[in-house]
Ligand binder design. Sequence first.
Ligand code: HEM
Length: 448
Amino acid sequence: MAIEICSLFSWSLFCSTAVLLAIFLKHRKDCSRSETKLPPGEMGLPWIGETIEFYKSQRSNRLFEEFVQPRIAKYGKLVISSWPTTSVQLMGMNSIMEKQGEQHRCLRGIIATTLGPAGLEALVPKMCDSVQLYLDKNWNIRDEISLYHSTKALTFTIVLECLLGINFEPGTLNTFERVLEGVFAPPVSFPGSKFSRAKKARQEIKEMLIKVVREKREEMESGLGGDEGILLSQLVSGMIRGEISEEEVIDNVVLLVFAAHDTTSFAIAMTFKMLAEHPDCHSLLLQEHVDIMNKRRPEENLTLEDTKKMKYTWQVARESMRLFPPIFGSFRKAIADIEYEGFTIPKGWKVLWTTYGTHYNEEYFKDPLTFNPSRFDEPIAPYAYLPFGGGPRLCAGNQLAKLNILIFIHYVVTRYNWSLLCPDEQITMDPLPFPSHGMPIKVSPKSY
Ligand code: HEM
């Protein structure tokens, strides 16, 4: 009997091995038959390919780090970041968007330290103070406000003062805005053209920042230290260690203001527009904030933990950014011939990726033109929701933007009654989108 069981077992083992071997050989044959057409890479296991590795990294939310990045490192890249000439001239040759490879990783590392969990925790009270101070100073004395201009002024203060730790003179915002106006303008330099005004403003900013950076360096070298939580100190430390140059520090300060400014303000403005058009969503969102407010003393600031409770608010903001992406996409350059669906994108050609391809696609977002924050109750397919981009160039400030949006909404909805004064206002693109009249709203302080 024992011999029979043993031979039955050996027979099953033999059969399964034979089947697996046959599958494996067929898989190899299939692969080699089409070998000349295949891009570089592994076929993985028969039938399932590399699906297991893909799902494992996806489940731990490390799809890029564990699946995509190692393959890019092994088989090479097809595209690199490549912005228009005017943007590069105004942001500077040394900004993160122009850096590739190791230099890009080094700069991202410095920025990520400040924008990591500990850095963000320390930023929350500073941001709360800035928002409240701004609202008290500007919203309590008027009943008509330009929401878009308020959010622009506030985002500027948050990036320059809270994130970078730079105190600025009145008028500095205006100088930065003159630079930003030229970022996508034609590169024509005649007196009065957008581009030459922007270049002049860029020179003024450079002079102002050289002073700031040198003062910070002196302060840090003489042992007075910098505030480690402040991004300027991190950048200057990198400079003292010899990892980055003074030019790199300056270009990246300008880039950070550019990256945060029109984007965050537009995201906030469109979130308020959506709330005005969907009163049921507004009620749900308001309840979330009243609950958070009721758990704190009136003078107490919000904490990072509080912002984590603003789940519905974040869904509303995400849905607003899906319908109205603050950045339409970005620029790449092919560094090898790319074969795609039978076409060739020749090496050296520019490639533009856009958010619209997936954000408005029924395949990824059911009923895509409808505003429905609850769609984010369900997970979204990887690389379908892209207001912050994706992969190695994923927005380095996405968590800061999230906090900026949530904190601003909290203080506005809990402290003011507000309504849109121009509900049919057009959105203009130049080339970034903005509300054509600055989104005027009527406000009055709430009495509790
Ligand atoms: C709602 C607000 C924001 C949106 C929609 C947004 C969107 C984006 C997008 C789409 C990219 C990728 C560009 C590409 O693929 O080439 C990007 C990159 C970047 N963003 Fe943001 N951004 C926002 C706010 C911010 C803020 C507040 C900061 C920091 C102060 C910031 C810093 C950056 C930086 C440094 C990069 C370059 C990353 C790299 O090249 O490695 N952004 N952003």
